[in-house]
Design a protein around this ligand. Structure first.
Ligand code: MN
Length: 257
């Protein structure tokens, strides 16, 4: 079968062991990197991963580089400990443990976005205002958005980064069953069952933060109720392909894909 075809071109050992990831998944992950840049969620920093389609104990993530510049050949396979599967891997992201430990803790999660999206940062550093769904597009925030306080897990003198598996596990513990978590003085992590949904949520978490800040300056905010948030999440996220297609085109028009 496949062996006969591939005999002339030796496959890498790691790929033969686990089954190579679907090329379409890799392509989508490249597009996700570009969309998140194009939408202002990531800049030179931040990253997005997807769980391996053939091995739930692995995930795909770019090598250490700006998301806007990622191409298919920059995508690496990692195990859940955050170790690249290839022994000759190039430099990797310091905060890859955000991804591995979230996949370990949440079998329902198949994509993770970590960003320093500017508009969400204020909501991680104040305790008397919570990020809540201000409109239907960000209804997924209706199940709450906890704040990860790294001082509780890492002491008083960390550099704020999730730079080891222990900090990654602590963040995943605080994320619990939520769709997003704020990292105090650092950024946010957003999860979903699909890559496209995770990208959508990361974009609209940022939009929600901008709108909530604006509304807060006007007066008391009438947020979505829990029931409204549940209903709206179902309706809106059933149509996220529309946004993905547009964002992908906009990224290509920037010359990114
Ligand atoms: Mn970070």
């Amino acid at each position: 079968m496949a062996n006969a075809k591939k005999a002339k071109r030796p496959a890498k050992k790691s790929k033969r062991d686990t089954g190579a990831p679907d090329p379409d998944l890799i392509r989508d992950l490249v597009t996700a990197n570009h969309i998140l840049f194009q939408q202002g969620v990531v800049d030179g920093f931040g990253h997005v991963s997807v769980r391996h389609d053939k091995d739930p104990g692995k995930f795909l993530l770019a090598r250490n580089m700006a998301p806007a510049l990622v191409t298919a050949k920059d995508i690496l396979v990692f195990d859940l400990d955050g170790a690249p599967v290839s022994p000759n891997a190039p430099p990797v992201y310091l905060e890859r443990f955000i991804h591995g430990e979230t996949y370990r803790a949440r079998s329902d999660v198949h994509a993770v976005v970590h960003s320093h999206a500017p508009a969400v940062i204020p909501f991680g550093v104040v305790s008397d205002v919570q990020l809540q769904p201000i409109f239907h597009m960000s209804a997924f925030l209706g199940d709450g958005c906890p704040i990860f306080e790294i001082r509780e897990a890492g002491g008083q003198g960390t550099d704020l980064l999730i730079r080891n598996p222990q900090l990654g596990a602590a963040m995943a513990r605080d994320l619990g069953a939520h769709s997003a978590i704020l990292l105090r003085g650092h950024g946010a992590t957003v999860v979903a069952d699909t890559l496209r949904r995770a990208v959508y949520r990361a974009v609209y978490m940022q939009v929600n933060a901008e709108l909530q800040t604006a509304a807060n300056s006007l007066g008391r905010i009438n947020f979505l109720t829990s029931d409204e948030a549940k209903a709206a999440t179902k309706s809106v996220e059933g149509q996220l392909q529309r946004a993905w297609d547009m964002w992908a085109l906009m990224s290509r028009n920037l010359g990114l894909t």
